[in-house]
Structure formats: structure tokens, C-alpha cells
Design a protein around this ligand. Structure first.
Ligand SMILES: NC(=O)c1ccc[n+]([C@@H]2O[C@H](COP(=O)([O-])OP(=O)(O)OC[C@H]3O[C@@H](n4cnc5c(N)ncnc54)[C@H](O)[C@@H]3O)[C@@H](O)[C@H]2O)c1
Length: 322
């Protein structure tokens, strides 16, 4: 049977790579890339696109009505740093948008993927190997909306028997679309500076350890969770998923193995306090148990692959064996 899917927030860092991955599985014409203020470009234009504002029920329903969607991937959000600049809009997009998708899922019967984040954790959460179930007292609007969103999604699963699934991603590193305003954005930006031969100013302290994941594993987590046997799922949303952790200093040292002269200075800004409130590593045993999660990429392999891809993108020559 053909699956029809809508990806909301398709022009973002993750949507830009999830849309082609889903089109490979379901067929190009069966995956609609939903965009908002940022116009779709590149690979997204190889298939159907629709403008959709997730915070407006009317806008969302107009798109839902046009097609008989089996699945909706709601990636629309204001992330941690962007959310602190405009908390009111973050509430509207992250919370009301999520509610609109769940309400329409109740009426139209589609399955939902909706990601949460390590930003649900706060300063009182244990920092190392943070368990699935632990103290959760987020301090950002982003974290507050995502934790409330996890509870809301689980409510719809219990009350209305909806099929809503999702993970708690750490910082995602990728080479295609640029990140859109998170606290872990440095770990993507830094590669562009390194490859261009420019010095980089990092907005986090050099010893700030955070959990991260390479995009191919993030995409794998979506596809694996969405295709998991429903009977095995207990949690449905907010699964901790983990790959590796590193500090800015460790990332710089790894990049210098390929670009020895790379210069970096550290000038922490408001994002330092956000990063300090997050875990340094995650326990993802519940995801492993319930739907067989495991990552493929190591830190070292990710750094090498990012350098190769960013160099190709910028038309620069680096002496790296592929
Ligand atoms: N990138 C990460 O490191 C990371 C980590 C954890 C969780 N996540 C989650 O993954 C999802 C996608 O994140 P991302 O990094 O791709 O974010 P992003 O900021 O790159 O993209 C967000 C997208 O949402 C769209 N959008 C904003 N307002 C909208 C509205 N009203 N209606 C429809 N679309 C709207 C934007 O145009 C953009 O395309 C988010 O839910 C985020 O919380 C991301």
C-alpha cells in the first residue's frame, strides 16, 4: 500500500534531509514538503511542496484536506536560542502547532512523528547517562514546550488511541541545510570556518560537553521508530536517543588532525547558560529495548565525513582520503 506523508518544517535543518529520505521510501510524489517563511529549494523541489502554517488550524487543515495523508512529520519549531529571543512565538509554533497536528490527527486518522529534545532537561537533571525517566525541570521556553508536548502527545495516544511517535534528539550535526537557532549550532558552523581557512569564535566554553548525533543517524531514528511494531511501544514519544558526546575543544582537536592551522577562540554568550543546563550524555536503553535503536556513526567518522562534504560543497580541496 502506498504511504502519503506530509513533512511540516521541511526547509529546516532536519526536514531538508528527512524529505528526500522519505521520498526514497514512499516515492517522490507521495511526500509533500511543507514550508512556511523559508522558501523550499534544492532537493525539496524534486517533489510536491505546500505552504503551511502549523500554528493556524485553518492553514494546516487546508493542506491536510487536499491529500489523504497517512503520516505527518511535524518538525516545525523555534529551537532553544531562537525561542529565547521570541518566547511568545515559540509557544505558538511549538505548542499550538503541535496541538493542531494532534487534533487533526484525531479527526483525519493519520500517524504522527513529532520530535522532542534534550532541552526538556534542566539544571536539576542528573548530567551523565541521563535516564529516560528523571527530574525534568527545563529553563527555556523551547524545553518547556517540548516537555509539555511530550505529555500532550502521550495523552492523545492514551485517550484517543492515536499513533504518535517521537524521540528526544541531542544536537544534530549535518552538512546540508544550516541549523536554525539552537544551542548546538556551533558544531555545524565550525566546519564551514575550518574548511574556508577562517578563524572561528565559539559561543560556548571549550569544556562544554554535550550529546550530539550525525544526521544519518537522526534520519535512521525517525524511520526505525516509525516502522517499529506498535505492540512493542510503551512510551511512544520522547525516547532518549544517543550517539556520542564531545566538547568544543575535542571537536577542534579532531578537526586539526586534518586542518592543523585552524584557529578558534571562545567567547561564551547567553547560550552558555542553556548548554550548562543540559545533560552531557544520555541513557538510551529504553529506545534500544522497545524499538531496537542503535547509532551507526562515531564522533571521529562524523568529523571526517563532515569535512569531506563541506569541502565539496564550498568547492575547496582538502587532503583527506575518502
Ligand atoms: N537540529 C537539532 O539539533 C534538533 C535537536 C533536537 C530536536 N530537534 C527538533 O527537530 C525539529 C526540526 O528541527 P530543525 O533543526 O530542522 O529546526 P529548524 O529551525 O532548522 O527548522 C524549523 C522549521 O520550522 C519552520 N517553521 C517555523 N514556524 C513555522 C510555522 N508556523 N509553520 C510551519 N513551519 C514553521 C521553519 O520555517 C523551519 O523550516 C524541531 O522540532 C526541533 O525541536 C532538532
Amino acid at each position: 500500500m502506498l504511504t502519503r506523508a506530509l513533512v511540516i518544517g521541511a526547509t529546516g535543518q532536519i526536514g531538508y534531509e528527512l524529505v528526500p529520505a522519505l521520498r526514497k521510501l514512499y516515492g517522490v510524489d507521495n511526500v509533500v514538503a511543507g514550508y512556511h517563511s523559508k522558501k523550499p529549494s534544492g532537493v525539496l523541489l524534486e517533489g510536491p511542496v505546500e505552504q503551511v502554517d502549523v500554528s493556524s488550524r485553518e492553514s494546516l487543515e487546508a493542506v491536510i484536506k487536499k491529500s489523504d495523508f497517512d503520516e505527518v512529520y511535524n518538525l516545525a519549531a523555534l529551537l532553544s536560542a531562537a525561542g529565547e529571543k521570541n518566547p511568545q512565538l515559540a509557544w505558538k509554533v511549538n505548542m499550538i502547532g503541535h496541538y493542531n497536528v494532534l487534533e487533526l490527527a484525531r479527526e483525519y486518522g493519520f500517524r504522527v512523528f513529532w520530535p522532542s529534545t534534550i532541552a526538556v532537561f534542566g539544571p536539576t537533571t542528573p548530567k551523565y547517562k541521563t535516564p529516560q525517566h528523571t527530574i525534568i525541570e527545563p529553563i527555556t521556553m523551547y524545553g518547556i514546550t517540548k516537555y509539555a508536548g511530550e505529555l500532550l502527545a502521550r495523552y492523545y495516544v492514551q485517550k484517543y488511541d492515536l499513533d504518535v511517535r517521537g524521540v528526544r534528539w541531542p544536537g544534530i550535526i549535518s552538512s546540508e541545510a544550516l541549523p536554525g537557532g539552537g544551542t548546538t549550532d556551533y558544531a555545524v558552523e565550525i566546519f564551514y570556518y575550518a574548511v574556508e581557512g577562517k578563524p572561528y569564535t565559539c559561543y560556548l566554553r571549550e569544556d562544554t560537553e554535550l550529546p550530539m548525533m550525525y544526521m544519518p543517524d537522526a534520519i535512521k531514528s525517525v524511520i526505525q521508530l516509525m516502522s517499529a511494531n506498535k505492540a512493542r511501544l510503551k512510551l511512544y514519544v520522547g525516547y532518549n536517543v544517543s550517539a556520542f558526546s564531545f566538547t568544543p575543544r575535542q571537536l577542534v582537536e579532531e578537526i586539526r588532525k586534518y586542518i592543523p592551522g585552524f584557529k578558534v577562540e571562545y567567547k561564551p554568550d547567553f547560550r552558555q547558560a542553556i548548554a550548562d543546563s543540559w545533560p552531557k550524555s544520555l541513557d538510551d536503553s529504553v529506545a534500544r529495548e522497545e524499538w531496537g535503536w542503535s547509532p551507526d556513526w562515531t564522533f571521529e567518522a562524523m568529523v571526517k565525513d563532515m569535512l569531506v562534504k563541506i569541502a565539496r560543497k564550498l568547492g575547496k580541496k582538502l587532503d583527506i582520503e575518502e
